[in-house]
Design a protein. Sequence first.
Length: 405
Amino acid sequence: MISMSVEPNHQEFVDSIKAEIKNTYGDLDKKTEDLAKAIDEAKKLIGEKASTSDIESRIKDLQTEIKKGEDRANEIERKANRAGLFGRDHQETKSIGERLSETDQFKAIQRSGSKSGTVNVTVKAIMTPTAPAARSPLVTATQAPMVTRIDRPLMVRDLLPVGTTTSQLIEYAQAGPLVNNAAIVAEGVLKPESSFTFTQAQAAVVTIAHWIPVSKQVYDDVPMLGSYIDTQLRIGLDQAEEDEILLGAGTTGHMNGLYNQRTVYSATGIPSNPTKIDHIRWAKLQVRKSYLAADSVVLNPQDWAAIEMAKDAGGNYLFSSITSGADPRLWGMRVVESDSLPPGSFMVGAFRSAAQIWDREEANVQISSEDRDNFVKNMLTLRGEERLALTVYRPSAFVGGQFPA
């Protein structure tokens, strides 16, 4: 049973989503049963050496309908998450700029007439009104006096569990590959030994920061200031963070990124004439051979576009419908398009269980007029900063490389 606690003026929306969930999954169950019956009927006709053309057409139609139903279910799930249906109260999603402009610290700075101050803003409250341990992949777009806040796409951070730390250095156990020698053993015979090696690993907290200049007029216009922070400071921090989580080299001041610690993809044994889609499935198999289940794949947007645009000899799209608005998936895995990963590269992984982000310092925004010649130019400097670390418990859970030419 789903437990819900919602605002009265939100109840109608919640009821509509509940009805959609019931109808969609009921329809999916019915079509799945019909498909199973059709397959059994086809097997019977094959055994009787009768024509199967009609039943094959019916099976194809049912498969298409089921795919549409799954896409619809994914979309409803997104709506339900935003509405707080899964045991969480519905809240309005607010951006970092909106949160900053509403803080008592910011209002006190404005009242005092000061042009310098520090405002601390909680990342979890900003990015995840419905999930306290990770940033939400959906940021509602609003129209501001100067610019429109850009929707933040799904990022690698959204795939990972998130914790907090007060340390500068995190020590943890990193697991190596499992050597499984389990076997049937006769009575009185020595049992075989398996090994699962652990090594002591460390992850240092790194600092990601940047600053932007703004005019006093922007500062005095609170909605404009909020929008400016959202479109400049936040997006810049997110992209730099994505670069580190994926490609950090592990040198001083940098994370040891997921792609840097990955197991290199091997195409050995793959069937002939493989496509990019085939290589991704083979990489998923490589993760599975480490007794792990890959849940997501990261691709450069250019490679994902090429996969989505693949066509058959008749010019029909092989992968998806151009009108589909569901979350992208490939071989059952979520797809994240990342500009941090170079074109031609990919990575498949068990993100939910094999790595974790640790927030040391949440978003911190400082406002100052005492930077260089700001005072005489009526300018202000806004600086955004965060500190975090990345731990990778199972490097074998991440497999990646380059698509063969």
